[in-house]
Design a protein around this ligand. Structure first.
Ligand code: CU
Length: 219
């Protein structure tokens, strides 16, 4: 009777330790592995610009990893043709993509892929609208003609291929797989700790004699 009560505080202590460990296991890796996010772009997403600018910039939340094939920016015009000139360049957290000097009006799509500072690839896309064509058309009309795609043919630079010299970078499968692994490890850790807690509680209740003998008490 006098011996069982003395070891009971071990259970709350172990439970607290388990909860703390579970908390650390669950949340520390997730917050530490957060992908860098796109903070801003020029042109802005869903915005309308007068004509296609000379370059597109993407500003991320942290310094990106700049390796061969890590960064890829595809900008397509309303007809689906690429208007990117050469490969995108990375400077710290900013990605710059040169664009074609002559481009039609309409909705453009930017598809970007970068490798975050934590090593994980991340990608997304957005649209922006170009109000006026910057193409040198034979007929200079004051009003923008949305159906002037026929004049796109003379442009010899509209077929820039940004992906030709880039090796395929790791896909998003890697990041989702590692995220899944983190959760599996976290759940496994919680189960192991829960098992230890159960074992400690059962041990303290089942064998009061052994707890007396195997550990000299403090008082
Ligand atoms: Cu990440």
């Amino acid at each position: 009777m006098k011996t069982t009560a003395r070891r009971l505080p071990a259970a709350p202590v172990a439970l607290a330790a388990a909860l703390l460990t579970a908390f650390l296991v669950l949340f520390a890796p997730l917050s530490a592995s957060a992908h860098d996010s796109l903070l801003a772009s020029s042109p802005e997403a869903d915005s309308t610009v007068d004509t296609l600018p000379a370059e597109l910039t993407l500003t991320f939340s942290a310094k990106l990893i700049d390796e061969t094939g890590a960064t890829e920016v595809v900008v397509t015009d309303p007809a689906g043709n690429s208007v990117a000139e050469g490969a995108a360049t990375v400077e710290g957290a900013i990605v710059t993509q040169q664009l074609a000097t002559e481009a039609p009006a309409g909705v453009y799509t930017v598809t970007w892929k970068v490798v975050s500072s934590d090593g994980h690839p991340t990608s997304n896309k957005f649209d922006f609208t170009v109000a006026n064509s910057s193409e040198v058309a034979p007929t200079a009309e004051p009003s923008a003609d949305p159906t002037d795609t026929a004049t796109a043919a003379p442009s010899p630079v509209a077929t820039a291929d940004p992906g030709s010299d880039a090796t395929p970078a790791p896909t998003n499968d890697d990041s989702s797989a590692s995220a899944a692994l983190i959760w599996v490890l976290a759940i496994a850790g919680v189960l192991v700790i829960a098992g230890i807690v159960v074992w400690l509680v059962a041990r303290s209740r089942r064998a009061p004699d052994s707890t007396d003998s195997d550990a000299p008490s403090e008082r």
